[in-house]
Design a protein. Structure first.
Length: 189
């Protein structure tokens, strides 16, 4: 529920970086704001850029993964209806807005740090792209599930989020065209 209570902060972070949906903080305050410093002074007194707060975006897919796994393990439909579906939808929305369709016909996620934390500013990081695709697909699954089993709840949530069929179709297109590791020229993941 911590992640649900910090959803407003995740939405603000995504919007502040020019995207939609929810981008969770790498280091979060109580309300979900990003607390990772943008720079620090190193032992040699030089300013060192700290990129993890901006580039370790896989955290949003990690949160979505935890939500989906919790729901599957427990069958806690109340959690899904009251918090989990909204997290899945807003993180899916983030990835759909974050990935960009390029001339090669693939959607790319550029400039991230993967979970190894040692390679910065990576394009099409394998873990990030796989998890982003997974997150979008689970968000679509959640939307379909709510429509089927809890249509009144879906109507309210979709209306509150301003989420319609056109946007969901766009998400599917992003998931289907996301660049994968085998296609990537950047092996620095």
């Amino acid at each position: 529920m911590y992640r649900f209570h910090t959803l407003a902060g995740a939405r603000a972070k995504a919007a502040g970086m020019g995207w939609r949906g929810a981008l969770y903080a790498w280091e979060s305050a109580g309300k979900g704001g990003e607390m990772t410093p943008e720079q620090v002074i190193g032992p040699d007194r030089k300013v060192v850029a700290v990129l993890c707060g901006r580039q370790e975006q896989h955290i949003s897919a990690d949160v979505a993964y935890a939500v989906w796994q919790y729901w599957h393990a427990t069958g806690d439909d109340d959690f899904l209806l009251e918090a989990g579906a909204e997290i899945l939808l807003e993180t899916g929305r983030f990835w759909a807005s974050r990935a960009r369709l390029e001339a090669d016909g693939h959607c790319h996620i550029r400039g991230v740090i993967g979970p190894d934390e040692y390679h910065e500013d990576i394009d099409d990081n394998a873990y990030t792209n796989v998890m982003a695709r997974w997150n979008i697909r689970r968000a679509l699954d959640a939307a379909a599930l709510l429509r089927e089993r809890w249509p009144a709840r879906w109507t309210v949530l979709a209306s509150r989020l301003g989420l319609g069929d056109t946007e969901l179709e766009q998400w599917l297109n992003v998931a289907e065209t996301m660049k994968n590791r085998a296609q990537s020229k950047n092996r620095d993941v």
